[in-house]
Design a protein around this ligand. Structure first.
Ligand SMILES: CC(C)(COP(=O)(O)OP(=O)(O)OC[C@H]1O[C@@H](n2cnc3c(N)ncnc32)[C@H](O)[C@@H]1OP(=O)(O)O)[C@@H](O)C(=O)NCCC(=O)NCCS
Length: 358
């Protein structure tokens, strides 16, 4: 695994130990800036209403409900309606997160959208969302790192907030409309993916983002890729590619994902002087139930600590972690003070972890 392109800010402060109370960590760094660890102030999610079940897919490709359930744990996924854009999904999640935080759009200073399925080339999805919600004061841009995108956007937003100045509140959205780049004649991939959006509002408050690490290995980039872009062939050897459809070497991705799940959590826990027992929850990227179970087994944590919703959401790429987290907050599993590891892996190849106290 290459480390040259890693983003790793290291432990956030001197109050990273579990049970460090609800004090907000604050200290001056070597440049004299006040480095204050931001917290999640609110969370929201949006799923399109259209349900795509396994039986419907079995009418499109040679597959069946039993195979899909056994190999992936997925029963159904959501897909956007015709005309429903990526920005539409992101906007709904963003508004829900703001409402949950008790803040208004004009309070947002930074709006980041993690996506690989933006609607148009020149205008970032974040810019469309900025306009749609009326966040007129917000700097807005997209972050693209596939299934690790939400964590990459989270760490980016954290750096803005730590720098202080005009940046007091950030809205971070993970959204993907994978149905737009899924080949519904390819049974190897079409059973896995769905659409959705999740968002968090960051600022000063209870809780704390403790540590992050993002790693990429571009040398293995063709493990999950598209043979064409929206504007032409992506590779010289694939000029006949049908569309910007996802292709992948499934078994290789599976092995990579299980290893990434374990490595990232083990390292972040150790680096912060914690043990696995100190983690209340692991919220992984929802790729495949078998990946999550194999990762938990290898790591030695019970599945009761792993939040999963892949059975009804499928893999929604950058949206999967914030959607799963939102559902666990909404139903009361995640409580203030809990220590949570968010862990992601996917296209790039990329992998990342974020450790936080809720
Ligand atoms: C894709 C994945 C579910 C396939 O499961 P698997 O157990 O590895 O299955 P294999 O690829 O070995 O295929 C086994 C057989 O099932 C077939 N098969 C593949 N997709 C099928 C489907 N949807 N329905 C029925 N059969 C299918 C294969 O053609 C193969 O047939 P063969 O033995 O006759 O060649 C699994 O590899 C996976 O989840 N990988 C990770 C994918 C992922 O998460 N990607 C995104 C990461 S962010």
């Amino acid at each position: 695994m290459s480390s040259k392109a890693d983003i790793h800010p290291g432990p956030s402060s001197d109050s990273t130990a579990p049970g460090s109370g609800t004090d907000i960590a604050a200290h001056a760094d070597s440049s004299g800036r006040l480095a204050t660890a931001p917290a999640v102030l609110g969370i929201g999610a949006y799923l399109p209403t259209r349900v795509l079940g396994n039986d419907e897919l079995a009418r499109l490709v040679e597959t069946n409900d039993a195979w899909i359930r056994e190999r992936t744990g997925i029963i159904e996924r959501r897909v956007s309606a015709p005309g429903e854009t990526t920005a539409d999904l992101a906007t709904r999640a963003a508004l829900a997160a703001l409402e949950n935080a008790g803040l208004a759009a004009h309070d947002v200073d930074l709006l980041l959208v993690a996506t690989i399925t933006g609607d148009e080339a020149p205008r970032a999805t974040a810019v469309r969302v900025q306009h749609a919600i009326g966040a007129t004061e917000a700097t807005a841009f997209d972050v693209g790192l596939a299934c690790t995108g939400f964590l990459a956007a989270l760490v980016t937003a954290e750096q803005f907030l730590r720098a202080g100045g005009p940046y007091q509140h950030a809205l971070v959205v993970g959204v993907d409309r994978l149905s737009a780049i899924t080949d519904y004649s390819d049974r190897d991939t079409c059973v896995l993916f769905g659409d959705g959006a999740g968002a968090v509002v960051l600022g000063r408050g209870e809780g704390e983002l403790l540590d992050h690490e993002i790693r990429v290995d571009g040398g293995r980039g063709d493990t999950i890729t598209t043979r064409a872009t929206r504007i032409g062939p992506a590779h010289a050897e694939a000029p006949e590619a049908k569309g910007p459809y996802l292709t992948m070497r499934g078994r290789e991705v599976f092995r990579f994902a299980v290893q990434a799940f374990c490595d990232r959590i083990e390292q972040v826990v150790q680096r912060n002087g914690m043990t696995l027992e100190d983690l209340d929850w692991i919220v992984p990227h929802q790729a495949n139930q078998r990946i999550l179970e194999a990762g938990a087994r290898k790591l030695g944590v019970p599945m009761s600590k792993v939040i999963t919703n892949v059975s009804t959401r499928g893999n929604t790429s950058a949206a999967s972690i914030p959607i799963a987290l939102q559902e666990a907050v909404a139903d009361g599993r995640v409580q203030r003070g809990h220590h949570i590891a968010l862990v992601a892996f996917g296209g790039g190849l990329s992998q990342g972890v974020s450790l936080l106290r809720w």
